[in-house]
Structures are given as structure tokens and as C-alpha cells.
Design a protein around this ligand. Structure first.
Ligand code: 5GP
Ligand code: ZN
Length: 113
């Protein structure tokens, strides 16, 4: 999608600090980090949010989760990490391209769950 910020990052039209990449997934550091480690994991194919995952595209969500585990090893996150995906307005999603936040590097005491 030409007007999607994350599609433009994948295309190299907007610079990003790459952490990991494979055939299906791209991961990069969040521009406004909310923890010492804050990485975004996104599928290379545009999916708007978790709410748009279907039987046809769910393999890409699984590939994102495989990448999360690989990045956790790569970034030495043995102290733990949190994975968040905001979906839609009430959850505060600001970029309508499926993404999983990896947050780590500090103790996250305030829990929603
Ligand atoms: P959301 O609020 O949709 O869950 O998360 C979107 C995230 O994308 C935010 O944490 C925001 O800081 C990040 N973000 C937005 N635009 C850019 C950008 O151009 N580059 C990078 N690296 N992160 C971005
Ligand atoms: Zn997109």
C-alpha cells in the first residue's frame, strides 16, 4: 500500500534501524521507544491489524511470532520481554499495518493482564 508508513519502510523509502529480516518479516527499532528495547515486527505483506488475520494470511502472523522468538535470542532478552499488538481505535493503534511490539530491558510492573 503506497500510503502505508510501514509498507514504505519495507520498501526502503523511509529509513529504519533494521533488527531482523527474512522472506516474510521485517523488524526494526521503534522511533519512539517505550522501553530500553522496543522493536516492531511486521509482515512484509500489508495486513491492517490482528483483526484482519484470516485462514489465507495467518501464516504471516505465525512467521512474525517465529521472528519474535528469534529476535529474543538475537537481542539476548533472557530477562524476559512483552509482546503487544494494538488493534483498532480503542486499543490506540496508530499505524494500520499489523505490527507486534517487543518491549524489554526493564521490569514491567504495570500489567493489564
Ligand atoms: P501503534 O501505536 O500502532 O501500536 O504502534 C505504532 C508504533 O510505530 C509506535 O510505537 C510509533 O512510535 C512507531 N512508528 C511510527 N512511525 C514510525 C517510523 O516512521 N519509524 C519507526 N521506526 N517507528 C515508527
Ligand atoms: Zn502496510
Amino acid at each position: 500500500m503506497a500510503d502505508c508508513i510501514f509498507c514504505r519502510i519495507i520498501a526502503g523509502e523511509i529509513p529504519s534501524n533494521k533488527v531482523y529480516e527474512n522472506e516474510y518479516v521485517y523488524a526494526f527499532r521503534d522511533i519512539n521507544p517505550q522501553a530500553p528495547v522496543h522493536i516492531l515486527v511486521i509482515p512484509k505483506e500489508h495486513i491492517a491489524s490482528v483483526g484482519e488475520i484470516t485462514p489465507e494470511n495467518s501464516v504471516l502472523a505465525a512467521k512474525c511470532m517465529e521472528a519474535v522468538a528469534e529476535i529474543a535470542r538475537q537481542e539476548n532478552l533472557e530477562g524476559g520481554f512483552r509482546v503487544i499488538s494494538n488493534c483498532g481505535k480503542d486499543a490506540g493503534q496508530t499505524v494500520p499495518h499489523l505490527h507486534f511490539h517487543i518491549l524489554a530491558g526493564k521490569s514491567m510492573g504495570e500489567k493489564l493482564l
